[in-house]
Design a protein around this ligand. Sequence first.
Ligand SMILES: Nc1nc2c(c(=O)[nH]1)N[C@H]1C(S)=C(S)[C@@H](COP(=O)(O)O)O[C@H]1N2
Ligand SMILES: [Mo]
Length: 338
Amino acid sequence: MKTKKKAISLLTGAATLLGSAGVVDAQITETQTPQLEPREEESFTSVANVKGQFAFDQDTMTPPDEVFSLFGTAATAACAKPGFALDKAERQEYYVNVGGRLKKNFAISLDKLESMNAKSTGMVCTCATSGAVAMANVTGVPVKDILSMTKLEDDANAIVFRDAQGYGIPMPLDYVLEKEALLVYKVGDTENVEGLQVWMPDTVARYFTRQIMEIEVLHMDKTPEIMDVEPQHRAKVSIMNRFTKSFAPGDEIAFEGYADDCGRAISNIEFSMDNGLTWTSCETPGTDAQKWVYWHFSYVPEVAGTYKLDVRARTADGNVSPLASSIVFEVDAGMTSS
Ligand SMILES: Nc1nc2c(c(=O)[nH]1)N[C@H]1C(S)=C(S)[C@@H](COP(=O)(O)O)O[C@H]1N2
Ligand SMILES: [Mo]
């Protein structure tokens, strides 16, 4: 899978239509275009009811090194501070303080955590304020197992995972236990270079504190509410291709990308090649809502031209992506089909 960092160059036309949505995170949202926005008449070769070969899976994973840096780029600087890798000595000294509304405060080392019963599971990490999503098989210790090392005070109703700078957002304690939040030290087969990160299903990345130094169990007057993805990032969809050359008429072009709705099942991936006038809807039956949908769509252009493919997702509960993902590609008659 290619990174999404090189995304923009092909799509400079899209950026001007974004309005305020583009400000937060230019690199990623530039590949997503609002659907109902009036557009200038552009000279794209229009194909109504585009036909192609569709397939999907839920096992495609983000390469671990991209998971660690996915959101820590300039693109999402507004939302995530870049982390840093621990060296060997720092890893050996790494420990987490666990305290707050507990009968007994304690500290636990990374070594000790790695020797406990581990749980591995496929999970999505989705940014609330951009199109970024990572899908990984993560390994860690359930937060529940850490807390069971002591007793909680009766009034405990919230929990926060903080880094050394104090970054962390309180969550309802029940929620974290019910979602089986994990203190993750391994992503795929790779040691988490930043130490510990909290991951949990159905929850946006801002809760996934990296380089956890402290876990505090809290009593709050009002139990905090869990934030969802921003409305324009519901039913998130992204095209992962980065084309560097033209195609020839008759070439099969294999598009691919992901779709995710933060814990809600995706039911269809939809494609348009006439600027959203007609959509070809492909069903994704039986999807696991805790994993992204990784889709493939192959299309064979018959004539030369400049084309634009728009992709959007539909959820089982009837939501359609407010932002389609778009890619422009050239089919050049001078090229010979490969
Ligand atoms: N320590 C720490 N963890 C953090 C953040 C942060 O600023 N500091 N940002 C959160 C947000 S908003 C996102 S999108 C993800 C980014 O994760 P990554 O940079 O490791 O890919 O980290 C989350 N965890
Ligand atoms: Mo984020």
